[in-house]
Design a protein. Structure first.
Length: 333
């Protein structure tokens, strides 16, 4: 597992494309990993595209992309990303001989990630058996019937099983790439990538893919956004769902319902995540003791911070700081 490891050299990302590839999915991988820099300005990733055979590859638009590399590129990759192919992904339960041969070149331990229905490829290769995965919500029923050994979660943006990750539709691929950059190099680097590409720095993987029902015309037309903005400015304060509802001039019940529709998770889940994210920034950029960090982000005790931080990120605050504090400090000094 490659979680939160240091990477002194460039991390090699190979993007495996097939006929019918979505141009946005191909481009977003190159864009996001391509602009990631160390505090000294050194590129952190190299990103190259490969195909089952070098040459032209059809997209789902009115142009082709010319790919210089064949599947041999996969042999040296640290991460392999598989975008969707609308022509191929939902047609077969097994891999074609050429695709099976290509995936067979990947070294054990290489990180694998899919975007959208690229998850069908990973499932057909058997690497998702017994794991949690997601794909585009329109493909859920076909995926479930084709790969019953996979624990499909159709309601999330992406899943992370360590060295095997999946994401939902095209935009969720952006969230997955930022998640990987954050996991590899910390929140500061991922936030800079997000700023460079003018996008939000974080959407949690557990957020809903889409809003399943429209807002009823009979309901209050207010938004929870002002309450969220207020909460972000005052994370150090104790606050309840009732407090936030009052800020939005709604009943607690209406606020909770509207919040879940707008954000995709409950107010409490969102608030915990925002506090963890703020704690992550403070651990990277300051020397505050853990108990002061907990106080600054609204967790009542250092124990509470450790519990939520570890549950959310998989490592305790002290370990996270040892991993990422050095490079972030260099950036601010």
């Amino acid at each position: 597992m490659r979680k939160n490891r240091a990477m002194p050299n460039r991390h090699h990302v190979a993007v495996l494309v097939r006929d019918g590839v979505l141009p946005l999915e191909l481009g977003l991988v190159h864009q996001l990993f391509g602009v990631a820099r160390s505090p000294e300005g050194t590129p952190l990733y190299s990103v190259r595209t490969c195909a089952l055979e070098p040459g032209p590859v059809r997209t789902d638009a009115d142009f082709v992309v010319r790919v210089a590399h064949g599947p041999e590129l996969l042999e040296t990759a640290d991460t392999v990303v598989i975008p969707a192919s609308h022509e191929l992904d939902e047609t077969d339960r097994v891999l074609s001989p050429a695709l099976a041969d290509a995936l067979g070149r990947i070294r054990p331990g290489t990180r694998l990630a899919s975007i959208c229905t690229g998850a069908f490829v990973l499932a057909a290769a058997g690497v998702l058996d017994g794991l949690r995965a997601t794909t585009h919500w329109k493909s859920v029923e076909r995926f479930r019937s084709t790969f019953p050994a996979v624990h499909l979660d159709p309601d999330v943006l992406y899943t992370d099983n360590g060295d095997v990750l999946t994401s939902a539709g095209e935009a969720a691929g952006i969230d997955l790439c930022l998640h990987l950059i954050r996991r590899d190099h910390g929140a500061a680097v991922a936030a800079e990538v997000a700023r460079t590409t003018v996008m939000p720095p974080h959407r949690e993987g557990g957020q809903a893919q889409y809003l399943q029902s429209p807002v009823s015309p009979s309901e209050d037309h207010g938004s929870t956004a002002p309450a969220r903005e207020w909460a972000l400015r005052h994370l150090e304060r104790p606050m309840s769902v009732t407090d936030l509802a009052e800020r939005a001039a709604m009943s607690t019940r209406s606020f909770t319902r509207r919040f879940r529709r707008e954000v995709g998770q409950s107010p409490r889940q969102w608030l915990i995540r925002q506090r963890v994210e703020r704690a992550r920034q403070l651990l990277e950029r300051t020397d505050l003791p853990i108990d002061r960090v907990a106080e600054a982000v609204g967790f009542t005790t250092a124990v509470s911070l450790r519990q939520h931080f570890t549950r959310t990120l998989g490592v305790p605050p002290s370990t996270y700081r040892r991993t990422f504090r050095g490079s972030a400090h260099t950036s601010s000094s």
